[in-house]
Design a protein around this ligand. Structure first.
Ligand code: KIV
Ligand code: ZN
Length: 507
């Protein structure tokens, strides 16, 4: 048995399809490049048949990624498989991932087909995929609630048809580790041709056991795990990539397996997903949560000062959390700025670096200490922006306890400069109402939240907004030392995203 566990990341498919985690094509490409740098073996780029947008994103990722395999998901039918192949065929290492359910519950209520019919459909799908590529993965959806012998029969048949990876999903997060480990062992012992395929697992976290189940599967012979950054995914999410990678590394003497994950890139990758989706990880989240390496108790701090080993089982640096987050200021030069960006796991072109540096200098005029979080915000804001139809040129707001809040806004809309004044219940309301009137958007504000990026009094405020228009939902972000300006930036960013999504949909 191989001692390498393949990491199959499905952040861009199972993760992206979950509420609040929608990404546009540019963002997906950015994430795919980061996953490649992280050392992910297989990137599931999306579900090409789902929409034109999904197809386009998968195709562009397939054309960009060189070192990781790029998988496209397809139900077990010709149309899905053909579409998936169309999207991934330009990849250096394409993989078709086809699936159908095997549990009695799904067969009876969802598919309304017999076991024999489903087995035939599964085999046909794998054969069709095999006509395009040798690299075919088959998933038996709801495997953990399937009859084990029927599951083994399906796996035997699809391996005979050419599947090179067989995936055992715990689709509804129902399994527990002992039972799931036993299932993997049972498959190894009862699927006669199993040596011709890699056993993969795909665990959901409904009972909080996705990572534990994945680890139990590895102990019983699974050699591919499907997971996502920050554990995002349907309902309670998928197994978290960072937790699996660090369990296997930190407790290597128990598992004796390796992954290709460059663990120092875990934290920047986690931050990237948060920055793109606007969905923060809980502070006590293992590995990447804000408190994952924070020791508050006096006894722990005392021990740590004497020897790190007393209370630290892995170092923050080993997952890419920088040693100290207080870094640059007004007098820091371009060189120090570039070094810090690289230490944070980003690689920028010369042009991007110049652009980011200009913004850094402007920020350091307003703010004494520039933290890593500020630098990440600059990168997200300056470099990974979608094309902007609307730009904020000017904003002043008059407010207080005795005047009606009034906003004066100047915008550049498609190259035309417009100015207007409006009032509202508060400074943000006045600003938003004025912008809304100027850009003539009918979008609805679903969510508005403000956070402080760092801890000082002069910290930047970071604003997230969520807008909805005709079924399209967009997240906008903006940061500034002035939270009203940050709010305006976030609102305009979300409107630009909506415009971009509408244009994409139309094209
Ligand atoms: O959870 C699941 O069963 C899936 C399959 C498509 C692999 O996501
Ligand atoms: Zn899933």
């Amino acid at each position: 048995m191989s001692d390498r566990v393949l990491i199959f990341d499905t952040t861009l498919r199972d993760g992206e399809q979950s509420p609040g985690n929608t990404m546009n094509t540019q963002e997906k490409i950015r994430v795919a490049k980061q996953l490649e740098a992280l050392g992910v073996d297989i990137i599931e780029a999306g579900f090409p048949i789902a929409s034109e947008g999904d197809f386009d994103a998968v195709r562009q990722i397939a054309g960009t990624i060189k070192n990781s395999e790029v998988a496209g998901l397809a139900r077990a039918n010709d149309e899905d498989i053909d579409r998936a192949w169309e999207a991934i065929k330009i990849a250096a290492k394409p993989r078709i991932h086809t699936f159908i359910s095997t549990s009695d519950i799904h067969l009876k209520y969802q598919f309304r087909k017999t076991k024999e019919e489903i087995l035939k459909i599964a085999v046909r799908a794998v054969e069709r995929a095999k006509g395009y590529t040798d690299n075919v993965e088959f998933s038996a959806m709801d495997a953990t609630r399937s009859d084990w012998d029927y599951l083994c029969a399906v796996l035997t048949a699809v391996i005979d048809a050419g599947a090179t990876t067989v995936n055992i999903p715990d689709t509804v997060g129902y399994a527990v580790p002992t039972e799931f480990g036993e299932l993997i062992r049972y498959i190894r012992e009862h699927v006669p041709n199993i040596s011709k395929a890699i056993i993969s697992v795909h665990c959901h976290n409904d009972l909080g056991l996705a990572v534990a189940n994945s680890i139990a599967a590895i102990q019983n012979g699974a050699r591919q795990v499907e997971c996502t950054i920050n554990g995002i995914g349907e309902r309670a999410g998928n197994a978290s990539l960072e937790e699996i990678a660090m369990i296997l590394k930190t407790r290597k003497s128990i598992f004796n397996v390796d992954t290709r994950i460059v663990t120092e890139k875990i934290y920047p990758t986690s931050r990237l997903i948060t920055a793109i989706t606007g969905v923060s990880v809980q502070p006590n989240k293992a590995i990447v949560g804000a408190n994952a390496f924070a020791h508050e108790s006096g006894i722990h701090q005392d021990g740590l000062l004497k020897a790190k080993l007393t209370y630290e089982i892995m170092t923050p640096e080993s997952v890419g959390i920088p040693k100290s987050s207080l870094i640059l200021g007004k007098h820091s030069g371009r060189h120090a700025f570039r070094d810090r960006i690289e230490a944070l796991g980003y690689s920028l072109t010369e042009k991007e670096l110049n652009q980011a540096f200009k913004r850094f200098k402007a920020l350091s005029d307003m703010k004494k200490n520039i933290y890593d979080e500020d630098i990440e915000m600059i990168i997200m804001d300056e470099i990974y922006r979608i094309p902007e139809r609307i730009k904020l040129l000017y904003l002043t707001v008059n407010c207080g306890n005795v005047i009606v809040p009034t906003a004066t806004v100047k915008l550049d809309i498609d190259g035309n400069v417009l100015q207007d004044v409006g009032v509202g219940d508060g400074p943000v309301d006045a600003t938003y109402k004025t912008i809304k009137r100027m850009v003539k958007t009918s979008s609805k504000l679903l969510k508005f939240s403000v956070n402080s990026i760092t801890k000082d009094m002069d910290a930047q405020g970071e604003v997230f907004v969520k807008l909805e228009e005709k079924g399209l939902v967009a997240i906008g972000k903006g940061a500034d030392t002035d939270i009203i300006v940050a709010s305006a930036k976030a609102y305009i960013n979300a409107i630009n995203r909506l415009e971009y999504m509408k244009a994409k949909k139309e094209s």
